[in-house]
Design a protein around this ligand. Structure first.
Ligand code: HEM
Length: 156
Protein backbone atom coordinates (compact mmCIF):
# COMPACT_ATOMS: atom_id res chain seq x y z
CA UNK A 1 0.00 0.00 0.00
CA UNK A 2 2.79 2.38 0.93
CA UNK A 3 4.52 1.67 -2.38
CA UNK A 4 1.57 3.32 -4.10
CA UNK A 5 2.46 6.66 -2.60
CA UNK A 6 3.76 8.54 -5.61
CA UNK A 7 5.83 11.63 -6.17
CA UNK A 8 2.64 13.36 -7.22
CA UNK A 9 0.89 12.39 -3.97
CA UNK A 10 3.74 13.89 -1.97
CA UNK A 11 3.65 17.05 -4.08
CA UNK A 12 -0.11 17.37 -3.58
CA UNK A 13 0.22 17.09 0.19
CA UNK A 14 3.09 19.56 0.32
CA UNK A 15 1.27 22.04 -1.88
CA UNK A 16 -1.85 22.02 0.26
CA UNK A 17 0.19 22.33 3.47
CA UNK A 18 1.74 25.48 1.96
CA UNK A 19 -1.78 26.89 1.53
CA UNK A 20 -2.80 25.96 5.09
CA UNK A 21 0.40 27.42 6.55
CA UNK A 22 -0.66 30.86 5.38
CA UNK A 23 -3.60 30.94 7.73
CA UNK A 24 -2.96 28.74 10.73
CA UNK A 25 -5.34 30.59 13.12
CA UNK A 26 -8.28 30.15 10.74
CA UNK A 27 -7.62 26.54 9.75
CA UNK A 28 -6.84 25.45 13.32
CA UNK A 29 -10.15 26.87 14.41
CA UNK A 30 -12.01 25.22 11.53
CA UNK A 31 -10.31 21.91 12.32
CA UNK A 32 -11.47 21.96 15.94
CA UNK A 33 -14.93 23.24 15.01
CA UNK A 34 -15.38 20.26 12.68
CA UNK A 35 -14.00 17.83 15.31
CA UNK A 36 -16.64 19.07 17.76
CA UNK A 37 -19.39 18.99 15.12
CA UNK A 38 -18.69 15.32 14.52
CA UNK A 39 -17.95 14.41 18.14
CA UNK A 40 -19.25 17.02 20.63
CA UNK A 41 -18.08 14.92 23.57
CA UNK A 42 -14.46 15.38 22.51
CA UNK A 43 -14.70 18.89 24.00
CA UNK A 44 -13.98 17.56 27.45
CA UNK A 45 -10.78 15.90 26.36
CA UNK A 46 -8.93 19.09 25.52
CA UNK A 47 -7.72 21.31 28.36
CA UNK A 48 -8.25 24.43 26.24
CA UNK A 49 -11.85 23.55 25.30
CA UNK A 50 -13.12 22.08 28.55
CA UNK A 51 -13.69 25.30 30.43
CA UNK A 52 -15.27 27.53 27.81
CA UNK A 53 -18.54 27.53 25.92
CA UNK A 54 -16.95 28.64 22.71
CA UNK A 55 -13.96 27.38 20.85
CA UNK A 56 -11.25 29.91 21.75
CA UNK A 57 -9.80 32.03 18.97
CA UNK A 58 -6.05 32.23 18.73
CA UNK A 59 -5.44 29.81 21.59
CA UNK A 60 -1.81 28.67 21.45
CA UNK A 61 -2.56 25.11 22.60
CA UNK A 62 -5.36 24.70 20.10
CA UNK A 63 -3.12 25.97 17.33
CA UNK A 64 -0.28 23.73 18.52
CA UNK A 65 -2.39 20.58 18.30
CA UNK A 66 -3.83 21.46 14.91
CA UNK A 67 -0.43 22.34 13.50
CA UNK A 68 1.09 19.11 14.87
CA UNK A 69 -1.58 17.04 13.19
CA UNK A 70 -1.27 18.91 9.87
CA UNK A 71 2.50 19.02 9.91
CA UNK A 72 3.22 15.50 11.11
CA UNK A 73 0.82 14.14 8.48
CA UNK A 74 2.69 16.12 5.87
CA UNK A 75 6.01 14.72 7.14
CA UNK A 76 4.48 11.26 6.95
CA UNK A 77 3.72 11.83 3.30
CA UNK A 78 7.34 12.77 2.63
CA UNK A 79 8.56 9.64 4.40
CA UNK A 80 6.08 7.40 2.65
CA UNK A 81 7.43 8.63 -0.64
CA UNK A 82 11.10 8.41 0.40
CA UNK A 83 11.13 5.24 2.48
CA UNK A 84 7.85 3.48 1.77
CA UNK A 85 6.93 3.70 5.46
CA UNK A 86 6.42 6.21 8.23
CA UNK A 87 9.16 6.43 10.80
CA UNK A 88 8.55 8.61 13.84
CA UNK A 89 11.42 9.12 16.29
CA UNK A 90 11.11 6.68 19.18
CA UNK A 91 11.05 9.40 21.83
CA UNK A 92 8.43 11.38 19.96
CA UNK A 93 6.34 8.28 19.45
CA UNK A 94 6.58 7.29 23.11
CA UNK A 95 5.54 10.80 24.10
CA UNK A 96 2.64 10.81 21.63
CA UNK A 97 1.49 7.38 22.79
CA UNK A 98 1.64 8.39 26.45
CA UNK A 99 -0.09 11.75 26.07
CA UNK A 100 -3.01 10.33 24.06
CA UNK A 101 -3.44 7.37 26.35
CA UNK A 102 -3.48 9.68 29.35
CA UNK A 103 -6.10 11.89 27.69
CA UNK A 104 -8.42 8.96 26.98
CA UNK A 105 -8.04 8.97 23.19
CA UNK A 106 -9.41 5.83 21.51
CA UNK A 107 -9.21 4.46 17.94
CA UNK A 108 -12.53 6.02 16.98
CA UNK A 109 -11.21 9.49 17.80
CA UNK A 110 -8.49 9.03 15.19
CA UNK A 111 -11.25 8.57 12.58
CA UNK A 112 -12.98 11.77 13.74
CA UNK A 113 -9.75 13.72 13.52
CA UNK A 114 -9.11 12.26 10.08
CA UNK A 115 -12.51 13.42 8.81
CA UNK A 116 -11.94 16.88 10.30
CA UNK A 117 -8.47 17.07 8.78
CA UNK A 118 -9.75 16.15 5.32
CA UNK A 119 -12.63 18.60 5.49
CA UNK A 120 -10.35 21.41 6.64
CA UNK A 121 -8.02 20.72 3.72
CA UNK A 122 -10.97 20.56 1.35
CA UNK A 123 -12.06 24.04 2.44
CA UNK A 124 -8.52 25.41 2.38
CA UNK A 125 -7.66 24.13 -1.06
CA UNK A 126 -11.06 25.01 -2.58
CA UNK A 127 -10.90 24.45 -6.35
CA UNK A 128 -7.63 22.55 -6.03
CA UNK A 129 -9.34 19.85 -3.96
CA UNK A 130 -9.54 16.44 -5.64
CA UNK A 131 -10.07 12.75 -4.87
CA UNK A 132 -6.35 12.25 -5.39
CA UNK A 133 -5.49 14.93 -2.85
CA UNK A 134 -7.93 13.46 -0.35
CA UNK A 135 -6.46 10.02 -0.82
CA UNK A 136 -2.86 11.21 -0.41
CA UNK A 137 -3.61 12.99 2.89
CA UNK A 138 -5.72 10.06 4.03
CA UNK A 139 -2.97 7.51 3.47
CA UNK A 140 -0.32 9.70 5.12
CA UNK A 141 -2.57 10.30 8.13
CA UNK A 142 -3.54 6.62 8.48
CA UNK A 143 0.10 5.58 8.62
CA UNK A 144 0.92 8.15 11.27
CA UNK A 145 -2.19 7.31 13.30
CA UNK A 146 -1.30 3.60 13.13
CA UNK A 147 2.16 4.32 14.56
CA UNK A 148 0.68 6.35 17.45
CA UNK A 149 -2.03 3.74 18.14
CA UNK A 150 0.54 0.93 18.22
CA UNK A 151 2.55 2.86 20.80
CA UNK A 152 -0.59 3.48 22.87
CA UNK A 153 -1.25 -0.26 22.97
CA UNK A 154 2.28 -0.89 24.15
CA UNK A 155 1.94 1.71 26.89
CA UNK A 156 -1.38 0.35 28.08
C1 HEM B 1 -1.93 16.30 22.69
C2 HEM B 1 -0.33 15.20 18.22
C3 HEM B 1 -4.48 12.84 17.30
C4 HEM B 1 -6.26 14.44 21.50
C5 HEM B 1 -1.12 16.13 21.58
C6 HEM B 1 0.24 16.60 21.48
C7 HEM B 1 0.69 16.31 20.23
C8 HEM B 1 -0.38 15.64 19.52
C9 HEM B 1 2.07 16.59 19.65
C10 HEM B 1 1.00 17.32 22.59
C11 HEM B 1 0.75 18.79 22.48
C12 HEM B 1 1.61 19.58 23.42
O1 HEM B 1 2.48 19.02 24.09
O2 HEM B 1 1.36 20.78 23.47
C13 HEM B 1 -1.30 14.45 17.58
C14 HEM B 1 -1.18 13.86 16.26
C15 HEM B 1 -2.35 13.17 16.02
C16 HEM B 1 -3.21 13.37 17.18
C17 HEM B 1 0.04 14.00 15.36
C18 HEM B 1 -2.80 12.38 14.83
C19 HEM B 1 -2.07 11.97 13.85
C20 HEM B 1 -5.31 13.07 18.37
C21 HEM B 1 -6.66 12.56 18.47
C22 HEM B 1 -7.17 13.03 19.63
C23 HEM B 1 -6.14 13.83 20.28
C24 HEM B 1 -7.33 11.64 17.45
C25 HEM B 1 -8.56 12.84 20.18
C26 HEM B 1 -9.59 13.48 19.74
C27 HEM B 1 -5.25 15.05 22.20
C28 HEM B 1 -5.40 15.66 23.52
C29 HEM B 1 -4.16 16.19 23.87
C30 HEM B 1 -3.26 15.91 22.75
C31 HEM B 1 -6.69 15.68 24.33
C32 HEM B 1 -3.83 17.01 25.14
C33 HEM B 1 -4.04 18.46 24.74
C34 HEM B 1 -4.27 19.43 25.89
O3 HEM B 1 -5.29 19.32 26.57
O4 HEM B 1 -3.44 20.33 26.04
N1 HEM B 1 -1.47 15.55 20.37
N2 HEM B 1 -2.54 14.14 18.10
N3 HEM B 1 -5.03 13.83 19.48
N4 HEM B 1 -3.95 15.23 21.76
FE1 HEM B 1 -3.27 14.70 19.93
Amino acid sequence: MAALFTEKDEALVKESWEIMKQNIPEYSLRFFTIILEIAPAAKNMFSFLRDSDEIPHNNPKLKAHAVKVFKMTCESAIQLREKGEVVVGETTLKYLGAIHLKNGVIDLHFEVVKQALLRTIEEATAEKWSEELKCAWGVAYDQLAAAIKAEMKEEA
